[in-house]
Write a protein that binds this ligand. Structure first.
Ligand code: NAP
Length: 259
């Protein structure tokens, strides 16, 4: 939090702007919301559980951030519609959408994965972003931007995350395709985080051996932080990146991704 505050003090890139961040009551999504808020954005945060939403809103308000929160399970059509409608009702504009939600319901190999699990992966990790942006796009005017949160795993679909990784690979393509569709008014970019010790990754990062292995796979010899991911997302969402669209920024301490 202190790191965020120091960096946000030097820039207020989102003053007068409105940002929606999905799955933003914990982890990377919360870190992104905090950074955008500290830089002046009015925020709409959300996740599946009301209690998590209330707690996160309170923390952000405690930082002096203008924010409201609501329940939005990203694969629920009414929730997504409500998220966009309430944002427009309250703030009258929409400048930034960060699509951050993902699920990893199984560690089965792809050939053994049950059809409902495949459906869930597709629904939450890919389709929900598309449907959310279909609702958001009519409100996004010139100078607006979208950031999609993928994963370094999208470049290297290793077990036990193989199918999850494939959905993250799809987001690289989705970023390019939507960047073309939403240009020139809205830029669309993607962040591919390395490993960050959040709840989502705890089954990997809580194991000392696996954690050490991940650290050694980076050039910087450490896991990522939510602040690292938030800084890259804020850059891409801001006017500092006004000539960047359709790109993926890997934020993984030098872990092998693409050349
Ligand atoms: P996290 O710390 O576990 O936080 C997940 C957040 O998402 C919580 O606020 C949760 O709140 C919400 N959420 C979960 N399912 C949701 C749904 N269906 N609809 C709406 N909200 C939902 O996770 P994280 O590590 O920050 O992951 C965030 C993103 O980063 C994901 O896209 C993930 O794939 C990506 N990523 C993470 C890592 C990593 O190492 N952590 C690496 C690469 C990419 P509720 O429980 O209240 O819904």
């Amino acid at each position: 939090m202190e790191d965020h505050k120091k960096k946000a003090q030097v820039s207020k890139r989102f003053e007068g702007k409105v940002a929606i961040v999905t799955a933003s009551t914990q982890g990377i999504g919360f870190g992104i919301a905090l950074r955008l808020g500290l830089e002046g954005a009015s925020l709409v945060i959300s996740s599946r559980k009301q209690k998590n939403v209330d707690d996160a809103v309170e923390k952000l308000k405690g930082e002096g951030i203008e924010v409201f929160g609501l329940v939005c399970h990203v694969s629920n059509k009414e929730h997504r519609k409500n998220l966009i409608e309430k944002a427009i009702e309250k703030y009258g504009r929409l400048d930034v959408v960060v699509s951050n939600a993902a699920a990893n319901p199984s560690v089965d190999s792809i050939l053994e994965m049950k059809e409902p699990v495949l459906d869930k992966l597709w629904d939450i990790n890919v389709k929900a972003s598309i449907l959310l942006l279909q609702d958001a796009a009519p409100h996004m005017k010139n100078g607006s931007s979208v950031v999609i949160i993928s994963s370094i795993a999208g470049y290297k679909p290793d077990p036990p995350l193989s199918m999850y990784s494939v959905t993250k690979t799809a987001l690289f393509g989705l970023t390019k395709a939507l960047a073309a569709e939403m240009a020139p008014d809205t830029r669309v970019n993607c962040v591919a985080p390395g490993f960050v010790p959040t709840n989502f990754a705890s089954f990997l990062t809580n194991n000392d051996d696996i954690r050490k292995d991940f650290e050694e796979k980076t050039m910087l010899n450490r896991l990522g932080t939510t602040e690292d991911m938030a800084a890259a997302t804020a850059f891409l969402a801001s006017d500092d990146a006004s000539y960047i669209t359709g790109e993926t920024v890997v934020v993984a301490g030098g872990m092998q991704s693409r050349l």
